[in-house]
Design a protein around this ligand. Structure first.
Ligand SMILES: [Zn+2]
Length: 151
């Protein structure tokens, strides 16, 4: 996560929140953009692409501040309190989130990426509303289950 982004390539995308407080780039194509129907995704309408840490390059706030918690963003947690949504405190836009899987994966708000024509993306629907609950048989379901099915 601390490696600087390589020079621009077709797979490099720059992302910002609305006001520019959050800036980042990713060095990844967008092979599996998802639209989720869970209680929060359905409200915010974000399109999400998950990428490995190595492909995520925070600019502001810095990677170090995201790690040590001094990033200054709103860090919203709910339900299992494991996933972390990083929201701009100025304009209220979600830039990215750490899914329940925790370290190793970032979930990027594709709608924040510059130059990406979201209407041209192939979007896969996922049904987080049926998975994201606490205390169901077997403990935490949702993202973990989805990820297991995907890998
Ligand atoms: Zn902002």
């Amino acid at each position: 996560m601390s490696t600087p982004p390589p020079p621009s390539s077709p797979q490099t995308h720059t992302g910002t929140c609305h006001c520019g407080h959050i800036r980042f780039s990713i060095t990844s194509p967008l092979p599996d953009v998802v639209s989720c129907d869970c209680s929060i995704c359905i409200r915010r309408g974000a399109l999400i692409q998950r990428i490995p840490d190595a492909d995520f390059h925070p600019i502001t706030p810095t990677a170090a501040s995201l790690e040590d918690g001094t990033h200054g963003l709103i860090e919203y947690r709910f339900n299992t309190m494991v996933a972390r949504d990083y929201i701009c405190p100025v304009c209220g836009i979600l830039g990215y989130r750490r899914p329940r899987l925790g370290t190793g994966v970032w979930a990027i708000n594709v709608r924040c990426l510059e130059g990406v024509e979201v209407e041209k993306l192939e979007v896969r629907r996922v049904f987080g509303s049926q998975l994201s609950t606490v205390g169901v048989e077997g403990g935490v379901t949702g993202e973990g289950k989805e990820e297991a099915a995907k890998s």
